[in-house]
Design a protein around this ligand. Structure first.
Ligand code: NAD
Ligand code: WQD
Length: 382
């Protein structure tokens, strides 16, 4: 008989990084409940996650700003720890509507941790960002680098980090990890789960992939006159599967009370042109580009010092730039229109578990009754 395992709440679990975190958790034997308001994601991702892992998880369509809803989920599902990824993340958009970012990210996190406090669930892994460092004063960026984000999105991450530190100072029972991600790219090696940006992609890799598949004519490279080896911007691209495994390491290493703040990056800088060439090799397609003016707010180079991640979590990234591009391409090729082209989302067959089935499913998950879980799931699909 399978031993009883821990139930982890993943907020934002239908999104790009969250879906990969769910795979890592299920594969490691954790039980999972996902909370998401689907504002930037598609629930088809969870169908794919479950088919990859051969295990079910519970989905709740809810919002982190609703404390009562979160409290009910924590209690009814027997949650023991939370991985918190839900939030808004577009830098440009945050300049246009900053209050939405403070409301979703800061207020949402405040409501989440308030519900956790009430439910006595005091273990939290939080998605922070390397954007909290701002313009690098030195490279590679270690965790002691001064913090000075240059946009409202980044400032919400910093405010949350500070709020979580204050929480830990006030109560010794809290164990919190702030994970500062660098540039997550790639997709699960199955090609079933990946990044599905709505509209024009903000980030480099999804744009390159859409050019390679012919959805866009060419890439605009924002500047080739930086003080970098080839003049284009340099970043620390990290495979999303490595990033997801970093969450597992954080969860397992949160043994001491207090806050642990850790960079999740590779330590390697790659330029925009490195990405173009590696993607062309991985895909066998050409990626036409034109050089444009620098993008406002961009820095020349940004990459992590990953030393502390190894010391504190025993974690390091293992996947190469070639693998990141190959996996990103497989996802793009198999899902040219993202999840929206999938049969499941077209038929509308993917829905939230209704509350009646949710509790049965949650209890089945807790007791490890795989047949019953599949039964619940199948019944709901009909
Ligand atoms: P994503 O948009 O794919 O995932 C975020 C998820 O949160 C989405 O599914 C969205 O529907 C959900 N969500 C948003 N607001 C919500 C709310 N109020 N209540 C419930 N659900 C809500 O983004 P991602 O790339 O997977 O990023 C996940 C986290 O990692 C974010 O917090 C982001 O700031 C952080 N991060 C991302 C990157 C990156 O480049 N992708 C880098 C550093 C940090
Ligand atoms: C990478 C490089 C661009 C697009 C952003 C956020 C950061 C974090 C990760 C959440 C830069 C160049 C890009 C294009 C290009 N997110 N580029 N043409 O700016 O490092 O980080 O995402 O926390 O907060 O700021 O990533 O992928 O946008 O850009 O030339 O069409 O690619 O100029 O040098 P960035 P990015």
């Amino acid at each position: 008989m399978r031993k009883l395992s821990e139930m982890i709440l993943v907020t934002g679990g239908t999104g790009y990084i969250g879906s990969h975190v769910c795979i890592a958790l299920l594969d490691a034997g954790f039980d999972v409940v996902v909370l998401d308001n689907l504002s930037n994601s598609n629930q088809t991702s969870l169908e794919r996650v479950q088919s990859i892992c051969g295990r079910s998880l519970v989905f709740r369509h809810a919002d982190i700003r609703h404390e009562e809803a979160i409290h009910a989920i924590l209690r009814s599902c027997g949650v023991t720890a939370v991985i918190h990824l839900a939030g808004l993340k577009a830098v440009g958009d945050s300049n246009v509507r900053p209050l939405s970012y403070y409301e979703n990210n800061v207020l949402g996190t405040m409501r989440l941790v308030s519900a956790m406090k009430r439910a006595n669930v005091k273990t939290l892994v939080f998605s922070s960002s390397a954007t909290v460092y701002g313009i690098p004063k030195y490279l590679p960026l270690d965790e002691k680098h001064p913090l000075c984000p240059t946009n409202p999105y980044g400032r919400t991450k910093l405010v949350i980090e500070e709020m979580l530190k204050d929480l830990c100072r006030s109560d010794d029972d809290w164990r919190i990890a702030n994970l500062r991600y660098f540039n997550p790219v790639g997709a699960h090696e199955s090609g079933l789960v990946g990044e599905d940006p709505l509209g024009l992609p903000d980030n480099l890799l999804p744009f390159v992939a859409q050019v390679a598949i012919g959805r866009r004519e060419k890439l605009q490279i924002w500047g080739n006159d930086y003080d970098t080896p080839d003049g284009t911007g340099v970043r620390d691209f990290i495979h999303v599967v490595d990033l997801a495994s970093g969450h597992l390491s954080a969860l397992r290493n949160l043994r001491q009370p207090g806050v642990l703040t850790v960079n999740l990056g590779t330590g390697n800088g790659s330029s925009v042109l490195d990405i173009v060439r590696t993607f062309e090799a991985a895909s066998g397609r050409s990626v036409p580009y034109e050089i444009k003016e620098r993008r406002a707010g961009d820095v020349a180079a940004c990459y992590a010092d990953p030393t502390f991640a190894m010391e504190a979590l025993g974690w390091k990234s293992t996947r190469s730039l070639e693998q990141m591009c190959a996996d990103h391409w497989r996802w793009q090729l198999q899902n040219p229109d993202g999840y929206h082209g999938s049969a499941l989302s077209k038929t509308g067959a993917v829905q939230a578990f209704p509350p009646s089935r949710m509790s049965a499913c949650a209890s089945a998950i807790r007791t490890g009754d795989a047949e019953r879980i599949r039964g619940e799931h199948t019944a709901h699909q009909r």
